[in-house]
Ligand binder design. Structure first.
Ligand SMILES: [Zn+2]
Ligand SMILES: [Zn+2]
Length: 343
C-alpha cells in the first residue's frame, strides 16, 4: 500500500516521501496514524547521525491512530480500535522480563521489514514505531487501546512525553506525598514531570528553565515556585553538564537526582564525591520513566478524561504531516509546548 512518511534517508537528509507499507505479520497490527507529537528525540535522531538506527529511518515515535488491519494471532485488538502507540514495550521472555521486571526490558519486540522506501530498501522506524507517517505497522503489544472520547491529538502525547514525565515521578523515582521536587527544563516532558509531581502530592514543585515563557507555562501545570531551592527530588530533562551540576547541588540530604533527558554524544560531568557522600544522594536514570504502555496508557488516558492530567493545554499547535520541518524549528526555538502533526 502506498503511503507517506518523513524519512531520514542519510545523515542530515530529511524529506516527506511516498513509502510502502506491507500487511501486518503474525502478532502485528497496521495503524492509520491520526496524530503524532513532535518530540525532541526525533531531533536527537537527526542530530546524532541516526542515534543507532540503521538508515534509512522513518521518523516519529509519539503517535495515536486507528487500527486498520490485524495480523494472524492478534488478540484483543480489531480494526477500528483507537490506539496509542508505545515504544517502551516488553518482550516477555528475556531474563529481565522473566525475573518480573518488564519495565526494564531491553529487548522490546519490533515489526521488521514492513515499511519500505520506494527503492525497496527497508526503513527502520524510530524506536520501533515510525509515526511521522500516514500508516505504520507495530507489534500488538505496542498498540494500546484508549477511549475514543480522548481527542486523538491529545492521546498521542501519552506515547512519549506524558508517559516519560509522569512515570519518571511515579515509577522511576516513586516520589512520596509531601516531597519537594524540582524540574530542570520545562518543555513537554518537564511539564509532564510537574503534572506527575502534582498527582503524587508533592508539597513544592520548582520549575527551572532559562526561558521565562516556559516558567509561566509551568505555573499553569502545577509549579509552585519558579526559582531554585533545596529539594528531595530533581528531575533533569535537559541533561547537560551545567544542569546536572545544578541539580545535584539542589539536593537535600538523602535526595534523589533523576536523569531523564538525552545528552549530546560525548557530554560529561564532574561530580564532587565528598558532596555526593555527605548528601547520601541517589542518582537514577529514567528511560521513558520506566513506563509500560499496556499498563500505563489506559490509566494516564483515564486521568486525562477525569481532568487530573491536562493534555489539552500541552497541544499548542497542530499541523499537517508536511509541516514536520517547521515543527522541528518551532521546538528548537522553544515557541511551542508540543506541535502535533495530523497525517
Ligand atoms: Zn524482555
Ligand atoms: Zn519522545
Amino acid at each position: 500500500m502506498a503511503v507517506q512518511g518523513v524519512v531520514l534517508g542519510e545523515r542530515d537528509s530529511v524529506a516527506l516521501e511516498d513509502i510502502e507499507v506491507g500487511a501486518p505479520g503474525a502478532g502485528e497490527v497496521l495503524v492509520r496514524i491520526e496524530a503524532t507529537g513532535v518530540c525532541h528525540s526525533d531531533l536527537h535522531v537527526i542530530e546524532e547521525d541516526g542515534w543507532g538506527h540503521a538508515y534509512p529511518i522513518l521518523l516519529g515515535h509519539e503517535g495515536a491512530g486507528t487500527i486498520e488491519a490485524v495480523g494472524e494471532g492478534v488478540d484483543g485488538l480489531a480494526a477500528g480500535d483507537r490506539v496509542v502507540i508505545g515504544w517502551k514495550t516488553a518482550c516477555g521472555d528475556c531474563p529481565t522480563c522473566r525475573r518480573g521486571a518488564p519495565r526494564q526490558c531491553k529487548r522490546p519486540p519490533a515489526a521488521t521489514g514492513r515499511l519500505l522506501r520506494r527503492d525497496g530498501s527497508v526503513l527502520t522506524p524510530v524506536l520501533r514505531t515510525g509515526t511521522f507517517a500516514t500508516h505504520t505497522v507495530v507489534p500488538q503489544v505496542a498498540a494500546v487501546k484508549v477511549p475514543r472520547e480522548l481527542p486523538v491529538e491529545q492521546a498521542c502525547l501519552l506515547g512519549c512525553a506524558v508517559a516519560t514525565g509522569v512515570m519518571s515521578v511515579l515509577e522511576t523515582a516513586k516520589v512520596w506525598e509531601g516531597a519537594r521536587v524540582a524540574v530542570i527544563g520545562c518543555g513537554a516532558v518537564g511539564l509532564s514531570v510537574i503534572q506527575g509531581a502534582r498527582i503524587a502530592g508533592a508539597s513544592e514543585i520548582r520549575a527551572i528553565d532559562l526561558d521565562e515563557r516556559k516558567l509561566e507555562q509551568a505555573k499553569r501545570f502545577g509549579a509552585t515556585h519558579t526559582e531554585p531551592g533545596p529539594v528531595d527530588f530533581v528531575f533533569d530533562v535537559v541533561a547537560r553538564r551545567s544542569t546536572v551540576e545544578q541539580g545535584i547541588g539542589l539536593l537535600s540530604s538523602g535526595g534523589t537526582f533523576v536523569l531523564i533527558g538525552l545528552s549530546p554524544g560525548g557530554e560529561t560531568v564532574e561530580l564532587s564525591l565528598p558532596q555526593l557522600f555527605a548528601k547520601q544522594a541517589t542518582i537514577l536514570v529514567s528511560h521513558g520513566g520506566d513506563h509500560l504502555p499496556q499498563e500505563d496508557f489506559p490509566r494516564l488516558a483515564q486521568w486525562a478524561l477525569d481532568g487530573k492530567l491536562d493534555l489539552a493545554g500541552m497541544v499548542t499547535r497542530t499541523a499537517p504531516l508536511d509541516g514536520w520541518s517547521d515543527a522541528l524549528e518551532a521546538m528548537k526555538g522553544g515557541d511551542v509546548i508540543r506541535t502535533v502533526l495530523l497525517p
